[in-house]
Design a protein around this ligand. Structure first.
Ligand SMILES: Cc1cc2nc3c(=O)[nH]c(=O)nc-3n(C[C@H](O)[C@H](O)[C@H](O)COP(=O)(O)OP(=O)(O)OC[C@H]3O[C@@H](n4cnc5c(N)ncnc54)[C@H](O)[C@@H]3O)c2cc1C
Length: 382
């Protein structure tokens, strides 16, 4: 279906070039990355050298000042490729914006050029073993001590957890009587911070090459110049960035669903049973017709939000709806498509199996579907 977004010729060329780059750099190696449980550092450097990391950053920080459509293309093409463990979109459009928006000039000069070049990989650490959805209950605490902060606590499920060099960590800084929304601050923890250690990768049912790890802060010393933004503003900063975070999730899920439909259409036209192609069974036609209709709805909604987001509109509610609906839709789509592959759909050799396994996390991370429903219902005044 035609897209309502006005991609310029330069965007179209960028998409083709990027698609070829992914195929060249990832296709032959991805299985070995899955076995290793992580994507190697060299590939991040290749992304950086080719201008694919934080492309929107100002040239002063090594970026290209690219518009958001380049981020859209990168997120969509990685999702389409099925190499979803490449957590480039998180680095580019979820974590780097914290530094760009809330960092001082000195902090931006210190960190962003390394993020655009691929010399530093980003992560964001909010979730803890005892609390994920209920962020306000986090226990990790930072206490000021002269010119430093002393951080104690533990984070879990952190994407890029082992490989990351720069980690935006949320911690409590308020005292007992500080209002909840003013009791959290964001800190940048760097790779070699004293008292910082990690464990992983955590074994998962999908995203096998995405390193997900536990982080430990044991009297971890953070220089005061690594406080990001203002003390006590962490919770508000996190809320301010949710619109883009949820949109990025929906964009990836939408592109993955479209690719699943494409590969399934190819498959059912090739495979025969009972003397005819699978595509000739009415069940196949109806299942794929329903799938195509849902994908078309998701596409219109997602593109509309991309345009509104680029126009600077507040679509926080709508992006929560997109995160909810498109990610749930992807789960349905991967399940139905895998079914049409029969036993082959269950085999690792067939990309549909990877799409299926990788899709399962989409309704959990970056706010579960239930949390999206809570937010949407609050917006309805309930
Ligand atoms: C692969 C992977 C990568 C991740 N990457 C990161 C990362 O980079 N950084 C990071 O900080 N975190 C990350 N996470 C953590 C992720 O964001 C959390 O797992 C998620 O927010 C849910 O938190 P939880 O696991 O503690 O589940 P819980 O909060 O314990 O929720 C369990 C269940 O209860 C439901 N529930 C909770 N509260 C309510 C409620 N009020 N009403 C109704 N239902 C409710 C939830 O929807 C869910 O179904 C990642 C997780 C995974 C698995």
């Amino acid at each position: 279906m035609d897209r309502s977004i006005n991609f310029l010729e330069e965007h179209v060329i960028f998409r083709e070039t990027f698609r070829r780059f992914i195929a060249r750099e990832a296709a032959d190696h991805y299985s070995s990355w899955e076995s290793a449980g992580m994507v190697p550092r060299e590939i991040w450097k290749k992304f950086g050298d080719s201008g694919y990391l934080v492309p929107w950053a100002d040239e002063t920080y090594g970026g290209n000042g690219a518009d958001f459509l380049y981020s859209v293309i990168i997120a969509e093409e990685i999702a389409r490729s099925g190499f979803g463990s490449l957590f480039i979109a998180m680095h580019n459009d979820i974590v780097a914006p914290y530094i760009a928006s809330y960092g001082t000039e000195e902090q931006k000069m210190r960190w962003l050029p390394r993020c655009t070049s691929g010399d530093a990989i980003l992560a964001v650490a909010m979730t803890e073993p005892e609390t994920g959805s209920d962020l306000a209950s986090m226990r990790t605490r930072a206490v000021k001590n002269g010119d430093s902060w002393v951080l104690n606590g533990q984070k879990t499920f952190i994407s890029n957890g082992l490989i990351s060099d720069i980690i935006v960590v949320a911690a409590k800084t308020g005292t007992g009587d500080t209002p909840l929304h003013k009791s959290m601050s964001l800190f940048v923890v760097e790779r070699d911070a004293p008292g910082f250690s990690r464990n992983g990768p955590i074994k998962k049912i999908g995203l096998h090459a995405q390193d997900t790890a536990e982080l430990f802060f044991d009297d971890c010393i953070i220089p005061s110049e690594n406080l990001l933004g203002m003390e006590g503003m962490g919770f508000i900063y996190l809320m301010q960035k949710l619109q883009q975070e949820r949109l990025v999730c929906a964009m990836g899920a939408q592109a993955a669903a479209e690719r699943c439909l494409e590969i399934t259409l190819d498959y059912v036209k090739e495979r025969s049973a009972f003397g005819k192609k699978l595509s000739r069974f009415q069940n196949t036609q109806f299942v794929l017709a329903e799938t195509a209709a849902e994908i078309a709805v998701g596409r219109s909604f997602t593109d509309d939000l991309i345009k509104n987001h680029m126009a600077g509109k507040d679509v926080t509610q709508e992006t929560s709806m997109a995160k909810l609906w498109v990610c749930e839709m992807l789960k349905r789509v991967t399940d139905r498509c895998l079914q049409l592959f029969g036993g082959y759909g269950y085999c690792a050799e067939y990309p549909i199996s990877r799409f299926y396994a990788d899709a399962r996390i989409q309704t959990i991370y970056a706010g579960t579907s239930e949390i999206m429903k809570l937010i949407i219902s609050k917006g309805l005044g309930l």
